[in-house]
Design a protein around this ligand. Structure first.
Ligand SMILES: Cc1cc2nc3c(=O)[nH]c(=O)nc-3n(C[C@H](O)[C@H](O)[C@H](O)COP(=O)(O)O)c2cc1C
Length: 469
């Protein structure tokens, strides 16, 4: 199933009973955040709010990806597809990569139905909510930020949150290891601002490709095409030299300036705690293009489970599986229990004593699992996605004096219980049935050289100096 844009995706969800339209007028605050929280908590349908106090023409999509059912549908699967089936679908998309983009003419690009420049630019025309009470302001969380490397043709698309500062400026938050950081640092070294276009409200494949790590060197648009098995349509932006998805609801165009950095945050982060403040650069918006009656696509962050978990969990499992397939071939399944990605469960067909522990250590050391805090090894009869079964295994197959691996001196800034410098401790739990050790004969003595060894040593040494053997 291919969704060419956000509206096809919304129609499909509605037909499948996965989206309700809300005609009653809501207030952006607190209703948007409250609705998003409520539908996540009850695992309910997504909601398209069609009337928002203070907005003439805008609509708000809430929680489009906020359930396992809709995560499956975003991958073109039936809504009942299990996480394991979703991991397989993701793997198939990786094999299909790349599906090259299709360039469309500007006149045919629906994202350009309205083009606003200069004084016309006003972010407050769009229903961008402040989802939680202590968020520092409205945040745009479901972004596809498109930038280009100043020294090459490399175009990157990534999801980085943006705090709205005023009608034409936002902060942009990206951590140092993100690809946009490479673009930004290079541009900054050259003394140039970094041009950026931000697409909001696209088909789910384009967002997924931006929001999760894909193999280094891959192009996100090409991978989005592989995910939906059809090329993504792109079009040149109006004021920056960048391609943008042609069917996006809203596109922001501008540059990350060198003129000012500022304090961004606090923001309601995925562990369910507020971040502190960060020094971030500023995105100066020069133009906005948007469809008629635009739909602003909102993604709630904060205490899990929320949309970000369903968005990132399957690709995370897939990446870890690929990484561990050589080191730990007897791992049969990997799962993340909430809050993603703190709790990783590895299920295995363990064949020798200690194998599950080696696998725990390999998992903790994996690049794609760098941020997890607890790794739990279970046997094949335990469903790693089922918290009750995993807890049962811990309760019945684990002794705390022998089956825990405690690794202090590690680091994760996103863990609210970490020290202020991010240092924290990781934990491996071996909740597997014991494998009996292979019987070993007792040590009967120590192996000694046979008589004559010393004499042979002397003869060999003599021969090495040129004498007779
Ligand atoms: C909902 C959501 C919000 C995210 N927000 C941020 C963010 O604000 N800053 C950041 O550095 N990464 C954020 N990420 C993670 C990146 O989008 C993700 O690592 C992506 O792979 C980055 O692309 P890149 O590797 O091309 O830089 C977010 C992910 C999701 C799913």
């Amino acid at each position: 199933m291919i969704y060419r844009d956000l509206r096809e995706w919304i129609d499909h969800l509605e037909k499948a009973g996965e989206l309700l339209r809300l005609k009653e007028e809501i207030k952006l605050e607190p209703d948007a955040g409250a609705i998003a929280r409520a539908l996540s908590d009850v695992q309910g349908p997504a909601i398209l709010s069609e009337s928002i106090f203070g907005f003439q023409d805008a609509r708000l999509a809430i929680g489009l990806g906020a359930s396992w059912r809709r995560a499956a549908m975003a991958l073109g699967l039936p809504k009942e597809a299990s996480p394991e089936e979703q991991v397989k679908a993701w793997g198939k998309a990786l094999e299909r990569y790349p599906v090259k983009t299709q360039m469309v003419a500007k006149k045919d690009a629906i994202c350009k139905q309205n083009i606003l420049r200069g004084e016309e630019v006003n972010l407050f025309d769009f229903p961008i909510p402040r989802a939680h009470l202590q968020d520092a302001g409205p945040f745009i969380t479901k972004t596809e930020c498109i930038t280009k490397d100043s020294d090459s043709d490399w175009i990157n698309v990534g999801t980085y949150r943006m705090q709205v500062l005023d009608r034409n400026r936002t902060a942009i938050h990206f951590s140092g290891q993100r690809h946009i950081a490479e673009h930004y640092i290079r541009a900054r070294r050259n003394g140039e601002p970094l041009e950026m276009a931000v697409a909001i409200g696209t088909d789910p494949a384009a967002f997924l490709a931006a929001a999760v790590a894909i193999p280094r060197g891959w192009d996100e648009f090409g991978f989005a095409g592989a995910l939906r098995n059809e090329a993504i349509e792109i079009v040149p932006a109006e004021t920056v030299d960048l391609p943008v998805p042609a069917t996006a609801e809203i596109v922001l165009e501008g540059e990350i300036t060198l003129k000012a950095d500022l304090l961004e945050g606090p923001f309601s982060e995925f562990p369910g705690s507020y971040s502190g403040c960060f020094i971030t650069p500023v995105f100066q918006i020069k133009a906005i293009t948007h469809r008629d009656h635009p739909i602003y696509d909102m993604l709630l962050c904060g205490r899990p489970p929320v949309e970000g978990y369903y968005t990132t969990c399957i690709p995370g499992v897939s990446a870890l599986q690929r990484e561990l397939s050589h080191a730990c071939p007897n791992i049969t399944q990997i799962a993340y229990l909430l809050p993603y990605y703190f709790n990783c469960v590895i299920q295995g067909r363990w064949t020798y004593r200690g194998e599950s522990r080696n696998a725990i250590l390999a998992t903790l050391a994996s690049e794609s699992n760098i941020a997890s805090k607890v790794v739990i090894a279970v046997d094949e009869d335990i469903d790693p996605w089922n918290t009750n079964e995993v807890m049962w295994a811990i309760a019945t197959r684990c002794q705390t004096n022998t089956d825990l691996i405690i690794l202090p001196g590690l680091s994760n800034f996103m863990d609210p219980s970490a020290e202020v410098d991010g240092s924290m401790c990781k934990l491996g739990i071996d909740a597997t049935k014991p494998i009996p050790s292979s019987p070993r004969h007792s040590v009967a003595g120590w192996v000694m050289p046979r008589e004559g060894t010393e004499a042979w040593k002397e003869r060999i040494l003599r021969a090495m100096k040129g004498g007779e053997l």
